[in-house]
Design a protein around this ligand. Sequence first.
Ligand code: NAD
Length: 328
Amino acid sequence: MTTIGWIGLGNMGARMAANLVRAGYDVQGYDLSSVATAQAAENGIRIADSVADTVAGADAVFTMLPKGQHVRSVFEGADGIWAHADHRALLIDSSTIDLDTSRFLHDRSTDLGFHFVDAPVSGGISGAAAGTLAFMIGGLEEDTARAARFIEPMSGRTFVAGGPTMGIAAKIANNMMLCINMLANSEGSQLAERMGLDPKVFWEIASASSGQSWAQQTWYPVPDVIPTAAANQNFDATFTVDLARKDVGLALEAGENAGINLPAATIIAQQFDRLIDEGFSHKDCTLIAKYVVPEGELRGWNPDPTAETEAIIEEQNTSPVAAEAAVR
Ligand code: NAD
């Protein structure tokens, strides 16, 4: 049986690894969060106690972690992947990280006699759950061909983007486009509603018109239009502000290195920074829609739901009807 080691069982990783289990792979997973590991275990992933145990005997090792520093930390050190993985294992990083860290992981893996590919993904948690993610792979030809076999159960389309780090390069440019499309959705959705359009009707029109985009189809920031959108769950994260800000930052850095101007990316980075300053880094990145309407008027958004629940309970407890019911 083919064994997969999986490190990072968060919003994306848990769903992706579950598809490998469904495809018949033996998956041993690791995460620092006990909430994440408990959920992953329910999906048939065998939970390991350390990185070393996760990679033991694995034919392929996936990393699906927030940022470059996290990925680097699980590769390096006495307990790390390089110290414990079998040299025949293919090392696959699907996180969205910076080009320098990805290049370092390629170079160091080669120096140590390992095979490594960068294989970031697009499609959000809905694509991760459905096994329809787009994978963009960068690496040596023999390694990218080998990676495709492990990736297949999680993927709708798999692209070989080019040599080492080209998967990450594609992902950075793609996610900058996604974030700019989110700006369009923020402004378009609120404008349509203020002009008197029914949100669902307008969404249907945009879906068949030139305003259509993946962000509009999947992350529309208005409640009761797309069931899985964060706007229905008080903007609880499917993709956090923190991670979206990281991605735009990677694009701005790459743009600066390339000597090009990215004005729209600069605007959205400023809006994410504002959300972070207000303490909302853990909420969904589509919450930028709150900057379109006057403060406190974004439908679907309550900055303090606990206070609201407490107020309702208090009102019920002090209302004459509730008091009468309590006496009876
Ligand atoms: P997440 O924060 O939900 O999950 C990351 C997980 O990594 C967490 O469970 C955390 O506990 C774990 N972790 C952190 N450091 C660790 C360590 N040293 N060892 C073990 N576990 C560790 O993030 P996510 O949304 O799943 O995203 C993961 C990566 O995928 C990011 O790079 C993100 O940019 C990218 N991505 C996310 C989406 C999305 O829609 N959420 C889509 C495409 C790509």
